[in-house]
Design a protein around this ligand. Structure first.
Ligand code: GLA
Length: 352
């Protein structure tokens, strides 16, 4: 085995899980083939000191025991599908209801719980693949998915390619939790966030979008100018109350399918800033409200809001919302998406 590849344990059926290490002289990233998850992401702080900004676990058993989608590749459909089902081409497809009456993150055995195959590994990139058989978790079509993680200068890029032999809804994401003061540094509420979007998709019960695109203007959902994550998060605003904090999809400004920066975050402690880039129409800013004291790497305790996610995606419940940009991957067509997380340093939040 190459030295950037080691065993990370075995599944109960004996399947080998591996850990892969990517490095480019500036960033270092560890991935595991279980869930195709990012297990650590080491970036330099303002003094050049290495900081691990991604939450993760020490053992395969810890990964298998948690339900937070820690660092994982999520699919076939990231986020929620209302009523756990949809109709496509006149056919009803019931899905697994694993979040009250709704389906969350691909169902009971989504991509996050599968062992991905390593297709290619270089010093600074890894391509993982998965075949999801026809009707797996209720979704039509045999779907082949390839995800390439690569380090390009100061950016972790996550490219996804997929093809299905039947029409199917498809919206993959990466569910990394970031803490720019270090994965073991506690709450992210003092860190800064900025989201370029002027509109978001408000939700009702069960965090299913109502179908509207609402202006952020004049609400705590307006993150267009930099502010602390905790600044307005507990305000008595119905959307925040429903979700227990930020856990919403913002609509990418002037979405044109091109790769643009959608969000930024910053820690004053380390000076580490990040930007999240996507070519998809939506981004979920989730403030880790459901983290619940999981014991992570080196014994770090991941309490509520100890990490945040910036999940690039199609809008939640698009399969049931004809007004949202379509997430249907047509039979035989190629799906491609690109997500990027760029890391740099700043002196203060005003520079974000
Ligand atoms: C997503 C959802 C959250 C929560 C987490 C997993 O980001 O939007 O509501 O389900 O995944 O804990």
């Amino acid at each position: 085995m190459e030295e950037n590849r080691r065993s990370f344990g075995r599944m109960p059926d004996g399947t080998q899980v591996e850990e892969l290490t990517l490095e480019n002289g500036r960033l270092k990233c560890k991935l595991i083939t279980y869930g195709g998850a990012v297990r650590s992401l080491i970036v330099p702080d303002r003094d050049g000191k290495a900081v691990d900004v991604a939450l993760g676990f020490d053992t395969l058993e810890d990964y298998r025991a948690q339900d937070k989608y820690m660092g994982a590749l999520v699919g076939r459909y990231a986020n929620r599908i209302g009523g756990a089902g949809f109709t496509l081409n006149g056919v009803e497809y019931p899905l697994c209801a694993n979040d009250g009456p709704n389906s969350l993150h691909g169902g009971a055995m989504g991509f996050d719980k599968r062992v991905w195959t390593v297709e290619e590994l270089t010093g600074d990139s890894a391509t993982l693949s998965l075949v999801s058989p026809d009707m797996q978790e209720g979704y039509p079509g045999t779907l082949t998915v390839r995800v390439t993680y690569s380090l390009a200068q100061d950016m972790l890029k996550i490219g996804c390619w997929a093809k299905s032999d039947k029409d199917t809804p498809f919206s993959p994401t990466n569910h990394s939790y970031f803490n720019l003061s270090g994965h073991d540094s506690g709450s992210v509420e003092g860190q800064y966030i900025k989201l370029r979007s002027a509109r978001y998709t408000p939700v009702g019960a069960g965090l299913i979008p109502t179908g509207e695109l609402a202006p952020v203007e004049g609400t705590p959902m307006d993150l267009r100018s930099v502010q602390r994550i905790g600044e307005h998060i507990d305000e008595p605003f119905d959307q925040l109350a429903l979700a227990g904090g930020y856990d919403h999809n913002w609509a990418i400004e002037d979405w044109d399918g091109q790769f643009h920066a959608a969000a930024m975050a910053y820690s004053q402690d380390t000076g580490i800033a990040m930007s999240a880039h996507t070519d998809l129409p939506g981004i979920q800013f989730y403030a880790g409200n459901f983290l619940n004291g999981e014991v992570g790497k080196g014994g770090a305790v991941y309490a509520k809001r100890c990490g945040f996610c910036l999940e690039t995606q199609f809008y939640p419940d698009t399969p049931n919302k004809p007004g949202f940009p379509s997430c249907v991957l047509r039979a035989g067509e190629e799906f491609r998406s690109l997500t990027g997380y760029r890391f740099f340093t700043l002196d203060n939040a005003g520079q974000l």
